[in-house]
Design a protein around this ligand. Sequence first.
Ligand code: GAP
Length: 499
Amino acid sequence: MKPLTQVTLEDLTRLCISRGIVYPTARIYGGLAGFFDYGPIGAELRNEVLNDWWWYYVKRREDIVGIHGSIITHPKTWVASGHVESFVDYIVRCKKCQSEYRADHLLEDQGIKVVNPTLEELTKLLNENNIRCPKCKGELGNPEPFNLMFTTYVGPKKTKSSLAYLRPETAQLIFVNYRDIYISMRLKLPFGIAQIGKAFRNEISPRNFLFRAREFEQMEIEYFINPKKINDCPYWGDVKHIKINLLSAEKQEEGIQEHEEITAEEALQTDLIKSTWHAYWVVESLKWLWRIGLSKDKLRVREHVKTELAHYAVQTFDIEYYFPYMGWKEIEGISNRTDYDLRRHSEYSKVDMSMLDDGEKVIPHVIEPSFGLDRVILALLTEAYKIIDKRRVLSLSPRIAPIKIGVYPLLSREPFTTKAREVYNILKEHYTTIYDQKGSIGRRYARADEIGVPLGITIDGQTLEDNTVTIRFRDTRHQIRVPITKLLEEVSKYLKQPP
Ligand code: GAP
């Protein structure tokens, strides 16, 4: 096998469009910046990733339940959560051509790194560095706050009182329903509530394909804990020895950008991670990302520096993936939101958000692992993209591969095709399987490799004689011959990995 090429975003975009994975939305009209449509292969890939996440964090756990909240909810939610006031980026407009830019991105493009700067800092940096419009070199206006929430109106009247928002995070639907959920499900602390669903942000400059979109999918857990028991994690023994690549805020403040490999226990003992439950969720997040095929050396845990923290968080760690074309970038955030959200909703709704724990009334604290599905998919595609003998191969883990098996008659005529259909009919009841008889067998293998099909079953001359078929393995191209009667057993050895 030849070594992997350095994949670019252009390579991935081309593959995604040509092989039915992801398209910019409505390409016939020129697309719409920041919006994407998943094609037939991409839709399967999404479902595989979503279902595995749901299984791993919800179905197999006794302490987490899942919900499915609405995209538009009571607008007071977003006042209480702080989004109406604080969910802003800073925008600058060119005085000459009226182009609009995100102010910190303009600085970043000039190699000036800024982390959550204030309006004053941005104004000063743009002036000091004499930043001009990248399109026409015109003079720029002053930066202004720009709220990222999409607005709409509920009902026929477009008035202030019918104004509503498309949710910018799924988390708030968990907080506003929290009381109903724990009462109806008789939950006891500690417990988690999970949700997968769309979030919308009117990003000023969506870019880097799926990475920064205006409509995207989040997979979030709000994990509720009695604050007095923030260090009592019953699962700690299972994860404390696990090594993580950690870059602390302190190191970054000293100008160091290299992470170090330490155990979760060391991170906790040295106070880099402030509580056992937070450390547990950092490791538990990594475990799932490893499980679906992202490699350990391409994932790191970076602590937010103080100026970077969201308005609701006291400590946040981003799980970053190393994208060869962008560097280290966030694919998940794990925040300690304390009781910020429940207290704010209690204040605005006048509903008591406390619950009983050990006979005492508490407002739980929250650790929130928040994954972006589209960014996870971009990382998976980036990791899986390989060139083997000058051909593109998507080396996705069988666990999340969109199609698990391809079935191919060696020749596209009878009796090969009938036999191949028989085999296909057996397999499709168990695994997502495709049947392909178009073109040479080499072309068919190549097409399957490009969409990451891990196994190919070929029906050839010998099949007609002794009822055996070949199984071809995508990554090694190695082939084995097995009787059709043993086929399900053989493919399951490879496709049904232990959890
Ligand atoms: N509830 C917490 C929250 O929303 P966040 O860091 O703003 O935190 C969580 O978002 C995750 O959502 C990110 O780690 C990222 O994977 C994904 N995400 C955020 N903005 C995104 C965007 N514009 N496009 C794609 N994914 C995005």
